[in-house]
Design a binder for this molecule. Structure first.
Ligand code: EPU
Length: 421
């Protein structure tokens, strides 16, 4: 297994180009199942999760060609060959559940393996299922699979999500495009990835209004057609690299970064005395006066502070001038980076969903282990500031969500090497 070795203590200076969003691409790809015409996605990130979704779609009969070294994905589901999403693929990636809505809407039935729990929490899919039932689907859970059918097609309905789940909103939004009549999703998720999906679906002929607000209205249409769509910038990759100069010093410009994607996060950085400038090409980040002010951070659905940046923010706050509090409100077990950061000299106490971080003068390099995607990148960030060498093992977690991480950081002067294992 590959490892990444970070030799810390060097300020970062330079620019990093932000890739297309993993979590947008993972919902845009299954949208190809809704039409027999081609869907082309540009600005796709080159990540192992995208390859997993490619495998899943191919297993359903959807053609997927990776063009321009994988930056363009040409998808075509002229014919659906299978409506069964097999456990062997679904277990690798929870986003596989996003084929359920499109398959059901197009074919009238689908059999999708239930994704199990995962390291960061139990993560059930009950809201996806309740929403599809509201659209008239009949569901049966057996042998670890959801057997869904809608023999006479899905029917538009009003459905209020008890929690603004990103994945459930995406599944329902896709399913409703081909349902008969009007669907109103209330308390819908508002993440930029939802807005991106709605834009793509609209380019495919869907009739959607209100994306980005808590109420989305979808007028079902007979059929959708092909389209070309550019994947929105990855706000989590953006936030992660914004923290690199904040933690290690220097100034880095994030090309393609937009403040609107990460308002609450940028506000928190500024509160910590980190400068965030809009440059016209993106965002530039540097420390204002050398001190990181402590923060109180609460993760929330968009437009709140994203859970996917909590681990990285914690890495920065380990060097804060005082005591910070991080409250994780989205996932019940998302502090697995804390014990690893302790091994690097951080002071962190976790009580349930809250972590108290007391800033220390400096971190020291150590061998550490990645437990999930965002936890692993927080260890790389901590390594950039630590004295000596940090070796991060199990980097396959990183490869799920960060394209060419070591190249991007090296271009800013960081000493980050991958050792093939
Ligand atoms: N939840 C339920 N029932 C459901 C759906 C969700 O209880 O039917 C709970 C989950 O267990 C969790 C909370 O609701 O505690 C939030 O889940 P949500 O459905 O909003 O998240 P998701 O769609 O499973 C996406 C991202 C995650 C990101 C979350 C929150 C993708 C592929 N994944 O997951 O990204 O953390 O939204 O913003 O879009 C990552 O990239 O590292 C990652 C984990």
């Amino acid at each position: 297994m590959d490892k990444i070795i970070v030799t810390g203590g060097k300020p970062l200076n330079g620019e990093i180009v932000i890739s297309g969003a993993k979590n947008a691409c993972l919902t845009l790809m299954p949208a190809a199942l809704l039409t027999d015409e081609p869907l082309t996605l540009t600005n796709a990130p080159r990540l192992s999760d995208i390859r997993t979704m490619t495998d899943l779609l191919r297993s359903l009969g959807c053609e997927v060609a990776a063009l321009q070294a994988g930056k363009v994905l040409a998808l075509g589901a002229e014919r659906i060959a299978s409506t069964r999403a097999d456990y062997e693929i679904v277990r690798k990636m929870r986003a596989s559940i996003l084929v359920l809505g499109p398959l059901l809407a197009r074919e009238g039935h689908a059999e999708v393996s239930l994704p199990g729990g995962c390291a960061i929490g139990a993560r059930p899919v009950d809201l996806h299922l309740r929403g599809l039932e509201a659209l008239g689907a009949e569901l049966d859970l057996r042998d670890g699979y959801v057997h869904a059918k809608a023999p006479n097609g899905l029917k538009g309905a009003a459905f209020e999500l008890p929690f603004a789940s990103v994945g459930a909103t995406e599944n329902l939004l896709m399913a409703a495009t081909l349902a008969k009549g009007t669907t109103v999703l209330k308390n819908a998720a508002r993440e930029p990835e939802i807005v991106d999906l709605a834009r793509c679906l609209r380019a495919m002929g869907a009739r959607i209004e209100g994306e980005g607000s808590p109420e989305i209205t979808i007028e079902g249409v007979e059929r959708l057609h092909g389209a070309t769509h550019r994947v929105v910038a990855d706000r989590i990759e953006l936030g992660t690299y914004m923290l690199a100069p904040a933690i290690a010093g220097g100034r880095v410009e994030l090309i393609g970064g937009e403040r609107a994607l990460l308002g609450a996060f940028c506000d928190k950085l500024e509160e910590a005395d980190i400068a965030v400038e809009e440059t016209g090409r993106g965002l530039a980040v540097s420390r204002r006066n050398g001190v990181i002010r402590p923060l109180h951070v609460v993760t929330e659905p968009y437009p709140g502070f994203p859970t996917d940046l909590q681990a990285q923010m914690m890495a920065m706050l380990t060097l804060g001038a005082g005591e910070s509090l991080l409250e994780e409100r989205i996932f019940e077990n998302r502090f697995m980076h804390a014990p690893e950061l302790l091994r690097m000299g951080a002071r962190i106490e976790v009580h349930g969903g809250t972590a108290k971080v007391t800033g220390v003068e400096g971190l020291r390099g150590a061998p550490v282990m990645a437990t999930d995607l965002r936890a692993s990148v927080s260890l790389i960030l901590a390594g950039l500031a630590a004295e000596g060498e940090t070796t991060v093992s199990r980097v396959y977690h990183l490869d799920r969500g960060y394209e060419r991480l070591e190249d991007k950081l090296q271009a800013c002067g960081a000493q980050v090497e991958r050792v093939k294992g």
